[in-house]
Design a protein around this ligand. Structure first.
Ligand code: UDX
Ligand code: ADP
Length: 472
């Protein structure tokens, strides 16, 4: 059997590496149109893989060249495959109909057209990217209207991995979900894909459904997870007013076995490529089906997240005597969570932007994110949210590069700073020599902990003005 995956990103790369590792007799090829990305995946030293994930380099080292291959030859990869995974990006649209709400399916559509054009034998096409409900139908329509004499089965097999723990999640998934047509051909295709996962996943954890249930389950799972974060973040605002401690509340309610302890960490706001995008998708879908009450209900999860990011920047500005103009604010972390180099929708971008508009100097340190990425993130935000911010708030690329300085060392970033903002919960930040940091800062030395990472007592004892989310 031969498997091809189109798209060598955060989902496609790790997922295929794990399939190759568990199925040595299956040849797995990952194809991408971006030659730089493919070159990085093929990098001899394994130090420049385009995705940073704990354990990933080891799996790639074991499988690459054995039964895992990375290529830019999309055509050949399609021709030779029995199963084709679609793992291309599906960002929120930034233009036209459904702007800022609907998923942009142009990459998926292009893939479907390429498959239709190049396929010379029957294929099982698997949706791996998160897609709006009913996308499988669109893919099928394109495939069936363009290819001659070739049969396609389209399955939905959403990926539930979380970044930073991708390899663990893939090796030991809570469940694998496979949706397909409930016809003899559809059920047979579901069985083929099930047999791949059954190499390492117990059968009872492989759930088989119809296509729409599978597509909608993915959006629902992410909406529920994000909703928990927005719920605890809403309570964090109340804690700050009343003197309650949100960490204590999370612990207290998490002990209720019906609620459970996970995803109750109050923070500066969730980021990542999935939560916001998937909820917006869900909201768009509900509006299209004329369910405004349902749409409003889920949209509030995003609003609360925006509010949380804004609240954090406002806390910084208010505490620094109502202006950060000309002040040096050090950012610890830029990635949307620890153990990843991914910055998509990271709260850090939004917080930095608000401080920059107030003319702060932002000094960033992140152990895995590259300088060019940080500038690209801020440029992107300026370009796509300009309307909402008004003319006065526009920053040019040159201004961004003058006001944002990226450092190789955390101590350098924090030296002579007026304030520190903790944006990502990297473990290494806990181990910093905080006494040394305090001595190097301007006084009063403010620390705004957006991740509840540090110990309030210790920080206060050292002399910091320490403020954390959800702790009055
Ligand atoms: C998420 C889903 O967890 C995963 O199943 C899906 O496949 C993709 O989307 P991911 O975005 O990679 O995964 O990371 P996740 O661990 O879910 O964190 C998302 C964001 O929520 C991060 O910014 C994280 O810091 C934040 N978060 C998470 C909190 O603020 N508090 C929490 O308690 C948990
Ligand atoms: P995800 O987080 O969903 O994996 P990424 O943006 O990390 O998303 O990866 C998606 C990848 O898909 C990118 O590397 C992009 O170059 C690739 N891609 C998009 N369209 C095509 C296409 N038509 N053919 C091959 N690769 C594609």
């Amino acid at each position: 059997m031969k498997i091809t995956c189109i798209g060598a990103g955060y989902v496609g790369g790790p997922t295929m590496a794990v399939i190759a590792s568990n199925c040595p007799e299956i040849e797995v090829t990952v194809a991408d149109i971006n030659p730089l990305r493919i070159a990085e995946w093929n990098d001899d030293t394994l130090e420049n893989l385009p995705v940073f994930e704990p354990g990933l380099a080891e799996v790639v080292a074991e499988t690459r060249g054995r039964n895992l291959f990375f290529t830019t030859d999309v055509r050949r990869a399609i021709e030779q495959a029995d199963i084709i995974f679609l793992s291309v990006n599906t960002p929120t649209k930034t233009y036209g109909v459904g702007k800022h709400m609907a998923a942009d399916l142009k990459f998926v559509e292009l893939c479907a057209r390429q498959i239709a054009e190049y396929a010379t034998s029957d294929k099982i096409v698997v949706e791996k990217s998160t897609l709006p409900v009913r996308t499988a139908q669109s893919i099928k329509t394109i495939l069936c209207n363009n290819a001659s004499g070739v049969n396609f089965q389209v399955l939905s097999n959403p990926e539930f991995l979380a970044e930073g723990t991708a390899i663990q999640d893939l090796m030991h998934p809570d469940r694998v979900l496979i949706g397909g047509d409930q016809t003899p051909e559809g059920l047979a295709a579901i069985e083929v894909l099930t047999s791949v996962y059954a190499h390492w996943v117990p059968r009872e954890r492989i759930l088989q459904t119809n296509v729409w249930s599978s597509e909608l389950s993915k959006l629902t799972a992410n909406a529920f997870l994000a909703q928990r974060i927005s719920s605890i973040n809403a309570i964090s605002a109340l804690c700050e007013q009343t003197g309650a401690n949100v960490e204590e509340i999370s612990k207290a309610i998490g002990h209720d076995s019906r609620i459970g302890p996970k995803f109750l960490k109050a923070s500066v706001g969730f980021g990542g490529s999935c939560f916001q995008k998937d909820i917006l998708n869900l909201v768009y879908l509900c509006r299209q089906f004329n369910l405004p009450e349902v749409a409003d209900y889920w949209e509030q999860v995003i609003r609360m997240n925006d509010y949380q990011k804004h609240r954090f920047s406002k806390l910084i500005i208010d505490s620094l005597f109502n202006t950060v103009s000309g002040k040096k604010i050090a950012f610890l972390g830029w990635a949307f969570k620890k153990d990843t180099n991914d910055t998509r929708e990271s709260a850090a971008i939004y917080v930095a932007n608000e401080l920059l508009v107030d003319k702060a100097e932002v000094h960033v340190y992140d152990p895995k994110v590259k300088k060019e990425q940080i500038y690209a993130d801020l440029d992107y935000l300026q370009k796509h949210h300009r309307g909402a911010m008004g003319e006065a708030d526009v920053l040019t690329s040159e201004e961004i590069r003058q006001l944002v300085i990226v450092h190789e060392s955390p101590y350098e970033a924090m030296g002579q700073a007026h304030a520190i903002a903790v944006l990502t919960e990297w473990d290494a930040f806990k181990e910093l020599d905080w006494k040394r940091v305090y001595e190097g800062m301007l006084k009063p030395a403010f620390v705004f902990d957006g991740r509840n990472l540090l110990c309030a007592k210790e920080m206060n004892a050292m002399g910091f003005e320490y403020k954390a989310i959800g702790r009055g």
